[in-house]
Design a protein around this ligand. Structure first.
Ligand code: NDP
Length: 288
């Protein structure tokens, strides 16, 4: 058996097209969604991520406000910038590209972002709402994973989902989203004694670890849907996921590639959250 490849690029494109239409309608009402992107320092990977977020803003019609700050910025100056952006009515979403350079307290910076503009969904208010099953900003990568399942008609209800990784930005929120959709969820981490046995129970297997090809083909239950969130660079400079794609696709029913799976979805869901925020600020219905 060879798995159906979940085309994250295509699903993301469909979401962007829908958002483009929504934004046109908002512009007709005099509303221009705006995303402030804060980049501190010269980290090449961060610069690349920021450039691709800004490019996507342009494509869908979101105004991108760019704040490229030197590595020498003080904590106080950065907090002041966040306060200004919180107060700026043109800004509906604030994104601070992580990691911040050494010496800056990223927790304080992230917590300073207004809950009304927390389009990354990493703040305590957003995460609290996720736990409480209340509407709010859902972290973009896990939200993107759920949208890929939905696009391919994979309903988590009644299924056993296994999430490998328990970070605040991917693993934990993804587990909560799967639970919200009535999956029975197991969360695995570095102290899980028999990872293979846990993975083999998964109808939906999600990997968010950051270790190249650690999920081998023999860890995939026949017919499972495999969502690979990992992004790893091999010594040869190739980008691969946490799942050994070639081996796993022989067992899985569905599988996401890396690149071309979770990555494009993350940016699409950031745009989604920014539009959601603009609608919230305008008191419009949130039927998206
Ligand atoms: P973290 O490093 O924050 O978390 C990694 C998790 O993996 C931890 O919970 C850790 O467990 C667990 N882990 C580590 N080793 C093992 C092991 N041997 N067996 C089982 N679990 C293990 O990473 P992130 O969640 O931030 O990111 C995960 C991956 O996803 C990375 O490759 C990252 O680049 C990628 N990513 C991709 C995005 C996208 O847009 N596609 C967006 C965000 C992240 P413990 O808690 O016990 O330490």
């Amino acid at each position: 058996m060879s798995a159906v490849i979940i085309d994250g690029k295509k699903v993301a494109q469909d979401i962007r097209e829908k958002l483009k239409k929504e934004i046109e309608e908002l512009k007709g009402k005099g509303i221009q969604p705006g995303l402030a992107v804060v980049l501190v320092g010269e980290n090449p990977a961060s610069k690349k991520y920021v450039a691709s977020k800004e490019k996507t803003c342009g494509e869908v019609g979101i105004k991108s406000l760019s704040y490229k700050m030197p590595e020498t910025i003080s904590q106080q100056e950065l907090i002041k910038l966040i306060d200004d952006l919180n107060a700026n009515p043109e800004v509906h979403g604030i994104l601070v590209q992580l990691p911040l350079p050494k010496g800056l307290d990223s927790k304080e910076v992230m917590n300073r972002i207004s809950p009304l503009k927390d389009v990354d969904g990493f703040g305590p208010d957003s995460l609290g709402k996720l736990v409480l099953d209340e509407p709010g900003f859902v972290p973009c990568t896990p939200h993107g994973a759920m949208k890929m399942l939905e696009a391919y008609g994979i309903n988590p209800s009644g299924k056993h989902a296994v999430v490998v990784g328990r970070s605040i930005i991917v693993g934990k929120p993804l587990a909560l989203l799967l639970l919200r959709q009535n999956a029975t969820v197991t969360i695995c981490h570095s102290r899980t004694p028999d990872l293979k046995a846990e993975c083999l129970r998964a109808d939906i297997l999600c990997a968010a670890v950051g270790k190249a090809k650690m999920i081998t083909g023999d860890m995939v239950k026949p017919g499972a849907a495999v969502i690979d969130i990992g992004i790893n660079v091999t010594p040869e400079g190739k980008i691969v996921g946490d799942v050994d794609f070639d081996a796993a696709r022989e067992h899985a029913g569905y599988i996401t590639p890396v690149p071309g799976g979770a990555g494009p979805m993350t940016i699409a869901m950031l745009m989604y959250n920014t539009v959601l925020s603009a609608k919230m600020a305008a008191g419009l219905p949130l039927n998206m």
